[in-house]
Write a protein that binds this ligand. Structure first.
Ligand SMILES: Cc1ncc(COP(=O)(O)O)c(C=O)c1O
Length: 421
């Protein structure tokens, strides 16, 4: 006799009937954005100074954050992070403490400057760097701590800033997942010596490709300007007379943003508060539904935190609480039901060759490169291999029904789990 299986993975009927795609990001452009892009095409498609949409974006960004003196745009978050480490003077053998799980660009530029990332495990609840483990990692060579507000959740900034002050080291905040997130009522990006926000297309505030760096320090402002913005902008904006003499050439790099990207970013920034409100409503609803399943850990929100951006919506799957069914199978079964779900693409750094291979051949004579082995950061590694992600639903009117159907798909998988054994 043929046994009829229920799960769509084995030919059963799908639970999710709403047609894909269930989520489109970035959202469609407005008529005004398209008009502005077209007008810029005929006005100036390469802005060399701090003017036009570049200036608009930087001013709007400062207005949104409130209390920062300088905002400097870049052609990516990665470029802005490189500039941040350059600004604070990371050089040969300098160390920067960083979380062992996040997007590599938060810290990989330190290798390029011939410094060393010193990795620290992450907090099991917030997934941000664990402040309790930072002090142990500090040495005479430590110049800075890199803080990432991971997946939109603010790191514990009071503790981190206290340690930084005690050891007189700098703090670079990477807010690429957390536009509009708040720590104790204050926006992330207002704590460190420098903060960087990626504006890449998947972010809640987006340029397409782009990044923005903010700081209160004129010294850092001048250094990042000279690094990435030679000619007009360097000439007009750099205050330090010694640095200013290099305005024509800078230091050999051009990292500025295109005006098109700046226009798109200006428009997306205008929608930021609305999108945060929508995203929070959808994702809190999703969390409420999924928190009923003991095998799942939904994103934690600390009492001190207000979520802004989120970034992906990551759920931790604990196979030991679900008959040891492997995550690949669990996620495939959900996907077969029509759920837009994927394995997380954020591995711990101990899975990335940049952090594990001594001979990277990038530099001919770099014997001091610090490398890591899988097994050193159990929490980061667990999260890196046990998280899966959903769309970061933002439009409640369209998403509620989809979330309800997703919920039913989870109920079904859990009811018919035996088919997966
Ligand atoms: C935490 C973090 N930092 C930096 C970056 C790099 O930003 P970009 O892609 O704009 O270069 C990203 C990109 O996703 C990121 O997630």
């Amino acid at each position: 006799m043929r046994i009829v299986k229920q799960l769509a993975f084995y030919g059963g009927k799908k639970v999710v009937t709403i047609k894909a795609p269930h989520f489109i990001w970035p959202p469609k452009s407005s008529i005004q954005e398209r008009k502005d892009l077209a007008a810029q095409r005929d006005r100036d498609i390469s802005i060399k100074g701090r003017s036009g949409p570049i200036k608009r974006l930087e001013e709007d960004f400062l207005k949104f954050l409130g209390k920062r003196k300088y905002a400097i745009s870049f052609n990516s978050g990665t470029a802005a992070l490189f500039a941040a480490y350059f600004a604070i003077g990371i050089e040969d053998k300098d160390e920067v403490i960083a979380p062992a799980l996040t997007f590599h660009a938060a810290i990989s530029p330190v290798y390029l400057l011939k410094g060393n990332p010193v990795l620290v495990d992450v907090d099991p609840k917030t997934y941000c760097i664990d402040p309790k483990k930072i002090e142990k990692a500090i040495t005479k060579k430590t110049k800075a701590i890199c803080v990432v507000h991971q997946w939109g959740h603010p790191a514990d900034m009071d503790l981190i800033m206290k340690i930084a002050r005690k050891y007189k080291i700098k703090v670079i905040e990477d807010c690429s997942h957390a536009h509009g997130s708040k720590y104790k009522g204050r926006y992330v990006g207002l704590f460190g010596d420098i903060a960087v926000f990626s504006l890449q297309a998947n972010k809640i505030a987006f340029a397409g490709e782009g990044g923005i760096l903010v700081t209160n320090s004129i010294k850092y402002h001048d250094r990042v300007t000279l690094l990435g913005h030679y000619r007009d902008r360097a000439k007009e904006e750099i205050k330090d007379a010694f640095l200013q003499q290099f305005w024509q050439s800078g230091y050999g790099l051009k990292l500025r943003m295109s005006p098109y990207n700046a226009i798109t970013a200006v428009h997306s920034l205008r929608q930021l508060k609305k999108n945060i409100t929508g995203r929070r409503r959808c994702l809190e609803y999703l969390s409420k539904k999924l928190s009923k399943f003991p095998a799942l850990t939904v994103p934690y929100v600390a009492p001190y935190a207000n979520m802004g951006g989120w970034y992906g919506y990551k759920v931790l799957y604990n196979p030991e609480k679900f008959y040891n069914i492997p995550i690949n199978l669990y996620v495939s079964a959900l996907a077969a039901e029509g759920v837009d779900v994927k394995l997380s693409d954020t591995p711990s750094f101990t899975s990335l060759p940049l952090f594990t291979v001594k001979e990277d051949k990038m530099f001919t004579n770099r014997k001091h490169k610090k490398i890591y082995k899988y097994g050193q950061f159990p929490i980061a590694e667990y999260i890196g291999s046990n998280a899966f992600k959903f769309p970061t639903f933002t439009d409640w009117s369209k998403s509620k029904k989809i979330i309800d159907q997703y919920h039913k798909a989870f109920i079904k998988i859990h009811k018919f789990y035996k088919e997966l054994l």
